[in-house]
Ligand binder design. Sequence first.
Ligand SMILES: NC(=O)c1ccc[n+]([C@@H]2O[C@H](COP(=O)([O-])OP(=O)(O)OC[C@H]3O[C@@H](n4cnc5c(N)ncnc54)[C@H](O)[C@@H]3O)[C@@H](O)[C@H]2O)c1
Length: 331
Amino acid sequence: MNSLDGTVLVTGGAGYIGSHTVRSLREAGRDVVVLDSLEFGRREAVIDAPLVVGDIRDQDLVTATCNEHGVTQLVHFAAYKAVGESMEQPARYWRNNVAGTVDLVEACLASGVNDIVFSSSCSVNGTPAVNPVTEDAPIQPESVYAESKAMVERILYWYGQTSDLRSVSLRYFNAAGASFDGRIGEDWTHSQNLIPLAMKAVLLKDRRLSVFGDDYDTPDGTCIRDYIHVADLADAHVKSLDYLAAGGATTAVNVGTGIGSSVYDVLEATAAAAGEPVPYDIAPRRAGDPVATFAEPSYAQRTLGWSAQYGLTEIVDTAYAWHKSQVELGR
Ligand SMILES: NC(=O)c1ccc[n+]([C@@H]2O[C@H](COP(=O)([O-])OP(=O)(O)OC[C@H]3O[C@@H](n4cnc5c(N)ncnc54)[C@H](O)[C@@H]3O)[C@@H](O)[C@H]2O)c1
């Protein structure tokens, strides 16, 4: 049987990027089953797919889920992602992100699931010496979180040597935005990312955004990042599963637009969406913040036939509409 004919197991599918990917997979006609502990995700974010509530480290549960649903491919989002926390509580990250992945992969392989798409991160490259960042840039993580992603990439590579497993590690740049119909988006409760923080400042009106440094060697003095719409990210997962089903080899792929946007670009786009300026103050630079990082996206086009369809305007407009609706609902 072609692995495209079976079901996709999506771990962390009740979370931010996972829930958008579940929808894209369903729209592409795939059968999906979600496994999420709901430690962070939300039940109502899982649209049009069954949800199994449990932990990726529960191998009996993973095996039973694979068998019951006829799983042939895995998309693995489930992980902790707070960089600061990972430096304070590293064991949580080694256990969940690294050891948890090993438990999951072992259970999947035992159930005959050999195709895996893994949520990696551009943070595996640390502070890149050269932009745009290519896939062969040095791996130099600067946090326990980033190291956990780099380690899993290597572990998946070695499973490719010791078993039939083939994997695509997608190195996301800065995931942002919400669904165009406003049904799902990012939970800003724990997020330390610029766009949700800018949205909080403009919508809640009880705080000011801190801009960490405006004296960098960039055109407007603020840091530059590659913001990628969550719908584009979701599409990259659908295409990665197609690639693996067609026999594609294990690889790691940058998922970005190739366009760098500054902090002030984001604030300008947010002000345009909100119809009012974002209140902000300049704060000192943060240790470890790269001045600029943006992707070289051509390998994704060549390998997966994927390229970003949306830019900063769509990202900020959908994020603003989503967060505004959540505030109005009192969430
Ligand atoms: N958001 C970003 O900008 C970004 C960038 C690069 C990489 N990533 C990676 O992408 C993935 C998804 O990120 P997100 O932003 O959607 O995060 P998220 O926190 O919204 O989603 C992660 C989901 O995984 C679940 N989960 C965590 N540990 C689990 C476990 N042991 N068993 C079962 N479920 C578990 C959580 O309940 C949550 O629903 C993560 O691996 C993250 O490291 C995210």
